[in-house]
Each structure stands twice: as structure tokens, then as C-alpha cells.
Design a protein around this ligand. Structure first.
Ligand SMILES: [Fe+2]
Length: 498
């Protein structure tokens, strides 16, 4: 385990928020801004897939352009995503293979500050020095001269973020978390959970119980390791399971009592470079779901569901009779995963369209097959109230709304599973909306006592924005929007730290 300075409690709050404000004051005194994404200011959706500046984004205030700063909204939104999808004229072969950039959008006293830095991985250091893609990736073939001794040699640290006990980690899925300083975003290095687990895969979708305990998976073909990590970032247990098929497992879900591992019929059947070419879509298999007892992982059962492709779940819960329910966004086929988002990266979307996924509810009875019920609501990146992870809840938020001729969503949708009501706000084709997170209001307890905080690329303004909705009234529009003075590339996932 890497030895870390004490970032707990008071000291962490001081570093996170006094440090952030110090950065903002420096800016007010005239520190120089690194500038927007390279090749940006085209004023179209392709700005979302341009390279970020190699030196990152130095701290800069975002300007309030709509509404008022909600009193009590204090904390930081961290987000991660691929921000180097081009070397010269050469495009990355897959959206999942760009180098990760960590963003920190800090809210303090009504002011909002943005900064971002690349995770300085081995992959990035070597590729920036060479000026070309070298590392084998999801859709990228390795350069013959690129040495791989450990999964972390190819780690892109580009998918998601977790903060455990004050330790900020950029997550990939086929290697270790990459730890970064929560204020400066300086790269600290890969996290090894146990001495014998160096380079062990760690999915980009850990599940955090409301008490702070973290569960996650390590996936290597049909072998799946289950991490149980304390809220203090100490590995408590690592148990290996066999899920039968070498399915693509990007996300999974959990209730208070069970882990649910979804084995979709997108299966690695051979070993070809690039990695993605080793997968076959076998809908005849359907989707298999392995249900594992968290207290005794030898207690397992399987449920069979219809064939679906998926990347993301919302969260699960159990009814009193043991019926498991969880939400997810499902697709008929894994089009994005298989084609790598070529149309997004190249800027030629026509002919490379990604069909939207459908927000759906899965019901797994205590025996027999699982059922999937669609909502007809299209979108991605479903998120839930962090106070209710694993517990019964009503709400899911996600970006929604397509725009013709380009990728990405245009609005925000809040689904109420009990009433069946969808409360939505569509910004319009000017916006490419990213993941939206629940941020509980201080002193509140219900799901609607939350802000919904998310980011978007405002194409018309040529700038990225951060917005806040009140979960009690999404269709009423955002209560506040702050805008940067530049663009940055679109990312995948984030986390909120109060
Ligand atoms: Fe993801």
C-alpha cells in the first residue's frame, strides 16, 4: 500500500477548500490560463473530442451565467475522461483509449473554480515523448517497441473517479487505480491494494455503501475478483469467482445483501489484437446474472435474462420477499464498444451513429428467469442518490435527448420508478450533456432533497458549463449554470465530494 500523507478529517477539508480558494485568488491576481482544447473553438460538437492542452487547465473561475448559486452547495465535482484522442493527424482507434484527464470543479461560497490535469501514466509519458500512440488498448494495437510487463504499463486512467478516505483515484478497468492529489491533481501513482496484487484490474465502477464501504470487481476473462475495501481504504477481502464466460464486464450492481454480476453475451472468444476484435456478440446466450451473497460468497445463484448489451447500471435493492430490482441502460447490441466511437473521434458521425440505450428496470425473482421492462426513455450514465445505494429508492437521473447528426445527449431526465413519471429539461441541440450526480442538500433526507449537478459542452457558447438542478423540479430548468471561458473534451464519470 502506498504511504500517504494524512488527508483525513479537518486537514482534508482545509486542503480541498482553502487550497481551492487560494487557487482562485491567484487567478484573480492574473495567473495565466493554459487555454482551451487544442483545435477547439470550432463551435461544434467536435470540440468535445479535441485534445486538451498537454499542461492541463490551471485554476480558473467559472462565470455564473444563469440563476443563483444555491446556498449550502459546497464541495467538489471530480470528473475523468479521455482527453488525448489525437497525435498529429492520427486519431485514437477507440474512445476508451485516450489518456485520462481529471477535472476538479470546486464550489465554495457561491464561487466555482475549474482546473484539470492529465493522469501522468506510463502510457502517456511514453506516447507524448514519441508523439504517437504506442500502448495496446481497447481498440488500439500495440507498437512493437512498447514494452508491457504489467497491466499498469498500458493504464490510461481515463474512465472514472473514486475518493476513498480523502484519496482521489482515477479509475480505468484493466489495471490499478491511479492516485492523484485531490487539490493540485498531481499524479501520485498506481495504487496497490495488497503486496501480491500489483497491477490487479480494478473496474471503473466500484459500489460504495452508504456507510462508506467499497466493493468492486477485477475482471480477467471468466475470472472475477471481488474487492471489499473499508471506508479507510484498506483492503478487507479479495475473493475470486468464476462467471463462466469471458464477457465484457464494465459495470455491475449491488443490493444491501447481494452482488449482481451481469454476464452479457458479448464474449471474448479468442485473443487478437486489438482487444476489442476478440469479442463476439452471441445473443442466443441471453444475459446471465450471477447473484452472490456479500456475507458468504460461496452462496451463489444464477438468473437468466434476455440478451442485452450494457455499459451502466443505476443501483439495486431487494423487496421484502427477496426479489431483486435494479435499473440499467440497455442496448440491442454493443455498437459503441465494438466500433470504438470512430465517428466521434474522427468528427465524421454520419455512418458511425450510435443507437441510444433505453433506461430499463430488471426484476430478478427468488427463482426463475429475470424480467426486463423498458421505460422508452433514452440516455446513458444513470445515477442515484448516494444515500440509497443498495436500498429501495424512487429516482434515477441521466442525460437524455438526442440531437440529429451528432453524438451526445441534450438534456437531463429524472425518472420516478414508483409513479412512472419522467421529469425532464432539454437544453437543446446547443448542449452535449454529461453524467449528472445527486448531491444531497445539507439537512435533507429525501431523494428530492438533492441537487443534481452535471456538466455540458455548450456548443453555441464555445465553452463547457456546470449546471445545478433541484431534484424536486427538473422541468423548471437549472437553478444555476456556470460557464468556463474555454472548452474541454467530454468525459465519462465523476464523483462529488462534500
Ligand atoms: Fe462507465
Amino acid at each position: 500500500m502506498r504511504h500517504m500523507p494524512d488527508l483525513s478529517g479537518r486537514d482534508l477539508s482545509r486542503r480541498l477548500f482553502l487550497g481551492g480558494l487560494a487557487g482562485a485568488s491567484t487567478l484573480a491576481l492574473g495567473a495565466c490560463q493554459t487555454g482551451g482544447a487544442i483545435g477547439a473553438a470550432r463551435g461544434d460538437w467536435r470540440d468535445g473530442f479535441a485534445n486538451a492542452p498537454a499542461g492541463g487547465f490551471t485554476p480558473a473561475r467559472m462565470r455564473l451565467v444563469e440563476g443563483r448559486a444555491p446556498a449550502g452547495l459546497e464541495g467538489a465535482l471530480y470528473r475523468n475522461g479521455p482527453a488525448q484522442l489525437h497525435h498529429g493527424d492520427v486519431d485514437a482507434s477507440h474512445w476508451f483509449d485516450g489518456d485520462g484527464m481529471m477535472h476538479r470543479i470546486a464550489f465554495s461560497g457561491g464561487e466555482v473554480e475549474h482546473r484539470a490535469q492529465f493522469a501522468q501514466t506510463n502510457k502517456r509519458r511514453q506516447e507524448m515523448a514519441a508523439g504517437k500512440f504506442l500502448a495496446p488498448g481497447f481498440g488500439t494495437e500495440a507498437d512493437p517497441d512498447f514494452a508491457v510487463q504489467n497491466p499498469d504499463d498500458t493504464n490510461a486512467a481515463n474512465t472514472s473517479v473514486i475518493m476513498i478516505n480523502g484519496r482521489l483515484m482515477a479509475l480505468w478497468e484493466a489495471g490499478s487505480p491511479y492516485e492523484m492529489d485531490p487539490v493540485t491533481l498531481e499524479t501520485i501513482g498506481p495504487v496497490t491494494w495488497r503486496d501480491d496484487m500489483k497491477g490487479m484490474p480494478f473496474l471503473a465502477h466500484p459500489k460504495v455503501e452508504p456507510n462508506g464501504r467499497v466493493w468492486n470487481l477485477a475482471v480477467n476473462g471468466p475470472r472475477v475478483g471481488v474487492y471489499r475495501i473499508s471506508k479507510d481504504a484498506v483492503l478487507e477481502d479479495f475473493t475470486l469467482l468464476d462467471v463462466g464466460d469471458a464477457a465484457y464486464i464494465h459495470d455491475w450492481t449491488m443490493t444491501e445483501r447481494h452482488l449482481i454480476i451481469l454476464v452479457q453475451p458479448w464474449i471474448q472468444t479468442r485473443s487478437l489484437p486489438p482487444f476489442i476484435d476478440s469479442f463476439d456478440w452471441r445473443p442466443q446466450n441471453g444475459m446471465k446474472m450471477l447473484i452472490v451473497d456479500k456475507d458468504d460468497m460461496s452462496k451463489r445463484r444464477w438468473a437468466q435474462a434476455p440478451a442485452r448489451a450494457f455499459y451502466h447500471t443505476g443501483s439495486g435493492w431487494e423487496d421484502a420477499d427477496g426479489t431483486i430490482r435494479f435499473d440499467a441502460v440497455f442496448y440491442e447490441e454493443p455498437v459503441l464498444g465494438a466500433n470504438g466511437g470512430a465517428g466521434m473521434i474522427s468528427g465524421v458521425y454520419e455512418g458511425n451513429e450510435i443507437p441510444p440505450g433505453e433506461l430499463s428496470m430488471v426484476e430478478i425473482p427468488t427463482s426463475g428467469d429475470a424480467r426486463i421492462t423498458g421505460t422508452a426513455q433514452k440516455g446513458e450514465f444513470p445515477q442515484v442518490d448516494p444515500r440509497l445505494r443498495g436500498k429501495r429508492r424512487r429516482l434515477t437521473v441521466m442525460p437524455t435527448g438526442a440531437a440529429p447528426g451528432r453524438p451526445g445527449e441534450t438534456g437531463v431526465l429524472l425518472r420516478d420508478w414508483e409513479s412512472g413519471r419522467n421529469d425532464a429539461h432539454i437544453f437543446g441541440p446547443s448542449h452535449m450533456v454529461e453524467e449528472v450526480l445527486f448531491v444531497p442538500k445539507p439537512g435533507g433526507s429525501g431523494e428530492r432533497d438533492s441537487w443534481l449537478v452535471g456538466t455540458a459542452l455548450n456548443i453555441a457558447a464555445g465553452a463547457n458549463e456546470v449546471f445545478v438542478f433541484d431534484a424536486a423540479d427538473v422541468s423548471g430548468g437549472p437553478v444555476a449554470v456556470w460557464r468556463a471561458e474555454y472548452t474541454w473534451p467530454l468525459g465519462f464519470h465523476g464523483t462529488w465530494t462534500a
